[in-house]
Ligand binder design. Structure first.
Ligand code: AMP
Ligand code: GLY
Length: 423
């Protein structure tokens, strides 16, 4: 079968390289892809949000399975358009993708389904938001842009002044454009974060192995929020008992409420959770594989990914065998451009990729890379996801950082403490 992966990040490279291993897959295309997906698949120069051209390509190549990686095309209705054209699609409809596209919608669904989450209020009026803040006692709050903001529209405010500045920058300065026209003000939750990803189709929910992201830019979880600076899997914090609680109190009620609302979910339901003293609470839902969580999680998956995602796309998930996993842990270290998550330059020549590729149990997933004059150069903020598997999390960490050491470009940096929380 011919498969099309839509997207251009590290997650898509991880998807592409896993799909390319499948015996049932004859060819993998990636639109638009990056320098890494060009090595493992065939890149197609179509923008992730260009629905008409994507449809034309899928028909021309008789694509049998399309996988939509990022949230932006999902929220824009890419999956619906491909499905209507008769392509099996792994990824939610526009109506279901609103769970990620609007944080206030996600909150409404959580209230309806009685799913534990932080207490919050939603505001579309600046004065009302400001008035609400003034009436509150001094306490830490989290201010979020309602819409999509590439993982950066969340501001943790420890003082009232920071909260005032946050609503000013979201609602008045419009730092995240229309995404910040509506804001959510919520209580700050304390605890450790985990990412629970589940493959969902019809009434079937198949949780994947757990993982933990590192959202803050710098070591020790300091600095601004990013799209994710590294991840590891599994997250030892999530015991079997806790997983059962997460399935029962969060995943099942969400899948049910989406069905009741006539927005049935098909794809990856990603619950970003805080494990608090009162149990797991939802920070956010995403409607796709996490990036960089997909890199270590998929590296551990032994089941044929193409068959799994096709079964989900065709609503036959209930009949597939239990997933098989490599028991060994994996970690992914993101190497980023100087300046990220703020402004950064592109086009720096990346060296040492061949040396890194020789290391055992290691795979360098490309994110913001492209090919220029036969050289691989940087093309984004998060550039590479250096991923390794090891007997213990410590060994996986050692291997990943050994590979990181092989790779260099002007301004390259990474966090040095990925996976330390697992130990
Ligand atoms: P979100 O995009 O909603 O997951 O938020 C991004 C990050 O901000 C999360 O991964 C958390 O690290 C942090 N965050 C979001 N909401 C809260 C909250 N209510 N309390 C504490 N931290 C939060
Ligand atoms: N790693 C967080 C995300 O994919 O949104």
């Amino acid at each position: 079968m011919k498969v099309l992966v839509i997207g251009q990040g590290g997650r898509e490279h991880a998807l592409v390289s896993k799909l390319a291993e499948s015996k049932s897959v004859s060819q993998v295309f990636c639109a638009p892809g990056n320098a890494g997906t060009q090595i493992d698949a065939t890149n197609v120069a179509i923008d992730v949000s260009d629905i008409p051209r994507m449809l034309a390509f899928a028909k021309e190549e008789s694509i049998q399975l399309a996988i939509v990686g990022p949230e932006v095309p999902l929220v824009a209705g890419m999956a619906d358009a491909l499905r209507e054209a008769g392509v099996a699609v792994f990824g939610p409809s526009k109506a279901a993708a609103e769970l990620e596209g609007s944080k206030s919608f996600a909150k409404q669904m959580m209230w309806k389904a009685n799913v534990p989450t932080a207490k919050s209020e939603t505001f579309s009026n600046f004065e009302a938001a400001e008035g609400f803040l003034e009436e509150r006692e001094e306490q830490p709050l989290v201010i979020k842009a309602d819409g999509l903001a590439a993982g950066k529209g969340v501001l943790i405010c420890d003082t009232k002044q920071e909260a005032r500045d946050a609503i000013q920058s979201l609602m008045r300065t419009k730092e995240f454009g229309d995404a910040g026209e509506t804001v959510i003000i919520e209580e700050k939750l304390i605890g450790q974060e985990v990412s629970i990803l589940a493959i969902v189709s019809g009434d079937t929910i198949i949780p994947l192995e757990t993982s933990q992201d590192h959202k803050a830019a710098y070591d020790g979880d300091l600095g601004p929020n990013t799209g994710g600076m590294g991840a590891y899997s599994p997250a030892p914090l999530v015991t079997e008992e806790l997983m059962d609680e997460i399935i029962e109190k969060i995943l099942v009620p969400m899948v049910n409420v989406m069905k009741t609302e006539e927005r049935p979910f098909n794809g990856v339901l990603y619950a970003g959770l805080m494990i608090t003293n009162q149990g797991p609470k939802v920070l956010e839902f995403n409607v796709r594989f996490g990036d960089p969580e997909a890199q270590p999680v998929l590296m551990r998956l032994k089941t044929d990914l193409a068959q799994l995602l096709l079964a989900a796309a065709e609503e036959r998930l209930g009949s597939i065998e239990p997933l098989e996993w490599d028991e060994r842990p994996a970690i992914c270290v993101v190497m980023a451009s100087e300046g990220y998550p703020g402004d950064y330059e592109k086009g720096k020549v990346i060296r040492g990729l061949n040396e890194a590729a020789k290391l055992e149990d290691t795979k360098v997933f490309h994110a913001g890379t492209t090919i220029r004059d036969d050289e691989i150069v940087t093309d984004g903020g998060r550039v590479l996801g250096v991923t390794a598997i090891g007997e213990t999390i410590g060994q996986a960490k050692l291997k990943a950082y050994q590979a990181v050491k092989c790779i260099r470009w002007d301004g390259a940096w990474c966090r040095k403490d990925i996976s330390d929380k697992a130990r």
